[in-house]
Design a protein around this ligand. Structure first.
Ligand code: PMP
Length: 416
């Protein structure tokens, strides 16, 4: 058996190792985790003992007590996980309905609060029909698995989320270079007469670069060649667009996107996912999508999401504050001469490239009191390692200034 070089390894290298059964592989992987931990490079699953927010108390490896850190890791972009009215809506719902739904939707687990949320999330996008899943991940994976088979093709922007790749395992897949419209055009042209269903799958906001899909060109091109478009706007909802409807609002393409998927776990401060599409497709998924049909529906605190959707319209000041913070941070990072790519959202990558330097930068930031995620292969290409920063409406400018100071020091000490 060929040994893996731990110095350059990634988690992906341990997925398949010839000749090792799963127990042996798990044991070998464990020695790799111990190797990373010993070098203080295993800064994942850090435990927080305080609520989700712009500052959290985090237990760092090797420490006895949690340390208060400025956090740049949360997708709770509007700070709604701590909004008193949303908390109240969750509690009121539980007082009325209890804690769980008790069954899958088709056989006793479809309640008035599910129907209300389906109606509200469809209306949020100016559509009439939606379907709930228990995570954003399954909203993508289960929908794609249900809709596409061996005679079909999924044409994916290569930067789409892992859940999309998982949903496309039983169909044909063609990957298009990120936001490359010439390549998309060529792939669509070639696929035009060869497959039963052709579905272009893109994100609205891309989760590692924070950049946006050119939806106007994509929908136009796809429809020209007889293909449909599925867009996952997990990170755009509540953040992008004049009223927070996401990248489709910004690009005036809301009516042109055939299937919108998304999550309740980011700006909407809860858990769960959704698909918005026309009536026939939603009815089809309702009775054909295995994960919807055979898995228990979400609990009554779902009503907290309904309140969060209302607050997106009633309290636009959170989105205004978020954008002030995004502008403040990006302006400061650019002033330090750092490469933040082409972000158009609350996700700001500081691109470093080299994996070892990125890990070192992550370590130095933690030391300076800033919790930010180093992102590397396989989440991004090997040469594209970066620190990813997630901005929240509830960050203060003083906190963001401390983040900028920490980056000034990282630039001086690590990125010379
Ligand atoms: N789509 C994208 C683009 C994501 O970044 C994520 C999760 N981070 C998901 C889908 C999955 O959503 P959830 O966490 O609700 O399962």
């Amino acid at each position: 058996m060929k040994k893996i070089d731990f110095r350059t390894a990634s988690f992906k290298d341990f997925e398949h190792i010839a000749g090792m059964d799963i127990m042996e592989r798990a044991r070998y992987f464990r020695t790799y985790l111990d190797y990373l931990a010993k070098r203080r490079r295993l800064n994942y699953r850090l435990e927080s003992s305080s609520p989700c927010g712009p500052e959290m108390r985090i237990l760092l490896p090797g420490h006895q007590r949690p340390k208060k850190l400025i956090t740049m890791v949360s997708n709770d972009y509007l700070g709604f996980t701590q909004h008193p009215e949303i908390i109240r809506a969750n509690i009121t719902a539980m007082n009325q309905y209890g804690t769980g739904s008790g069954a899958s939707p088709a056989i006793g687990g479809h309640f008035a609060y599910h129907q209300l949320l389906e109606d509200r999330i469809a209306a949020f996008y100016g559509r009439e029909h939606a379907l709930l899943y228990t995570t954003g991940y399954t909203a993508n994976s289960a929908t794609l698995q249900c809709l596409l088979g061996k005679d079909d093709i999924a044409i994916l922007d290569m930067a789409v989320h892992a859940s999309v790749y998982e949903g496309c395992q039983l169909t044909n897949v063609k990957r298009v270079l990120h936001n490359n419209m010439d390549m998309l055009n060529n792939v669509l042209k070639q696929a035009q007469h060869s497959y039963r269903t052709k579905l272009v799958v893109v994100d609205g906001v891309y989760s590692q670069d924070g950049d946006l899909a050119p939806l106007h060109e994509i929908t136009h091109m796809a429809h020209h060649y007889g293909a449909y478009v599925l867009m996952d706007d997990a990170h755009g909802t509540g953040v992008v667009g004049a009223t927070g409807r996401g990248v489709a609002e910004l690009t005036h393409t809301l009516p042109d996107i055939d299937i919108i998927t998304g999550t309740f776990s980011k700006s909407l401060a809860h858990l769960g996912g959704y698909v918005v599409a026309d009536d026939d497709l939603i009815q089809y998924l309702k009775y054909q999508s295995r994960q919807h049909l055979f898995s228990t529906s979400a609990g009554p605190s779902t009503l907290g999401i309904v309140r969060a959707l209302e607050l997106i319209d009633e309290e636009p000041q959170w989105r205004t504050k978020l954008w002030e913070n995004i502008d403040h941070l990006t302006y400061g990072l650019l002033g330090l001469g750092l490469d933040i790519g082409t972000t158009g959202s609350a996700i700001v990558p500081v691109k470093i490239g080299d994996i070892a330097k990125t890990l070192e930068a992550g370590k130095q930031l933690l030391r300076a009191g800033v919790y930010a995620n180093p992102i590397m292969y396989p989440a991004v290409a090997k040469k594209d390692a970066r620190i990813r920063l997630n901005v929240m409406a509830t960050h203060t400018q003083a906190q963001l200034d401390r983040v900028l100071e920490a980056f000034a020091s990282v630039k001086h000490r690590v990125l010379r």
